[in-house]
Write a protein that binds this ligand. Sequence first.
Ligand code: NAD
Length: 247
Amino acid sequence: MSDELKGKRALVTGASRGIGRAIAVDLAAKGAMVYCLSTREGGCDEAVAACKEAGGLASALGADVSDGAQVAAIAETVLADGALDILVNNAGITRDGLFMRMSEEDFDSVIATNLKGSFLLCRAFARSMAKAGSARIVNISSVVGVIGNPGQANYSASKAGLIGLSKSLAKEFGGRGMTVNVVAPGFIETDMTADLSEKMRSETTANITLGRLGKPEDISAVVTFLCSPSGAYITGQVLVVDGGLSL
Ligand code: NAD
């Protein structure tokens, strides 16, 4: 454990498992106090225990990030204890399907969680984060938000939207010392990708320059770097962390 984030207060959405859990544990291991948020109350209890085991402080929150009232209530709880320094918008869902068969509901639900959810969290915390003077926002997009993917028009649109949101916020809040960046993972082994067929996995792996699928820790290391003092002069950027998949 290092203490480069000692005294910092962080909120990670979608922290119950996968990439979000790894980010929460990594931030906690660097000394941050981490609020771990997922859809349901108690959903992050195990992640909180892992953060504490890593030597940090953590607390679990339950809310649907696409619901403005629930996000406002979360912000009230978190800000009652002090300002927030680090916000990682990681919660995300997929509702894949070929475009001609994609329902309006599947389009709306993916945009609501992946894009509107990040907007709501940023809006709820931006004022207090701007006051902090050196706050960090990291939004988790996807390589498909940069290059597109058949069967993921809704998901790719939501992840591309996050890039526009982040660059605009980077410009709006840069004068207040806040950095806003995007991390765009490639194919990472989590529950989200667990259902893919063996055929799909081996075809994807064959297209990855580094010859392997990614691990949640490959992403959390980059997010933690952006939140650390070493990342202070990086803003408005999209860091693609995909082992060379998009090359
Ligand atoms: P996951 O499905 O394992 O975990 C998703 C997390 O988001 C869970 O904690 C879940 O509770 C939470 N969540 C979902 N909807 C929510 C809502 N409405 N409100 C609050 N929390 C909600 O996913 P993962 O693979 O760990 O992916 C994390 C992020 O990384 C997502 O944004 C995903 O789009 C992105 N990503 C993943 C991959 C990959 O290959 N796994 C690749 C690129 C980008």
